[in-house]
Design a protein. Structure first.
Length: 177
């Protein structure tokens, strides 16, 4: 697919295909976005076999395969932390399954909409550097976002996914409360 036995930071993998691991196989991902990849067998987004996989602050969504559309693990466990994918990962912490809400997925704009649950939902310790894929600050409002692009607009400093879970606004008005 798109990458094999690699460590990738601040990247997008989209439109790749393979028999196993359409987007990536045996990979470490930090603040990446993997969408629109496909596999003819297993792991449309990521396939894991004898090579362990880890991803942090990463979106793996809208991929396709007969087995494990977004990810598939054959033997080694995949460690997923503060990532956005479905189904919910069994290994790792801080993951969400809500759709990432891209600005224009069909048009290829994989930046986050202002109401995306991926905003402020990552972990700063996993951010691979001070800038995102656009070269803009990687941490805005105190917490890194999930995915390759950091939402640059004003808003809450609280995880958007948490606020949305309780029906609270994400514009910053609930922060003091």
């Amino acid at each position: 697919g798109g990458a094999f036995l690699s460590t990738l930071n601040n990247c997008t993998l989209s439109g790749n295909s393979a028999g196993f691991g359409g987007g990536a196989y045996g990979i470490i991902l930090n603040n990446c976005t993997l969408v629109g990849n496909w596999a003819t067998n297993s792991g449309g987004g990521v396939f894991n076999s004898v090579y362990p996989c880890t991803w942090n602050n990463t979106i793996i969504y809208f991929n396709t395969a007969p087995n494990g559309a977004n990810y598939f693990s054959e033997w080694e466990p995949i460690v997923q932390n503060f990532s956005c994918t479905t189904p919910m990962p069994t290994n790792g912490v801080g993951n969400i399954t809500n759709a990432p809400l891209f600005v224009d997925y069909a048009g290829g704009n994989l930046r986050l909409q202002s109401n995306s649950p991926c905003i402020n939902a990552g972990r700063n310790a996993y951010a691979p550097g001070p800038t995102d894929l656009d070269g803009l600050p990687h941490v805005v409002s105190g917490t890194v976002d999930i995915g390759a692009y950091e939402f640059q607009g004003p808003g809450s400093v609280i995880s958007y996914a948490w606020l949305q879970q309780y029906g609270l606004p994400t514009d910053g008005s609930a922060d003091a409360t």
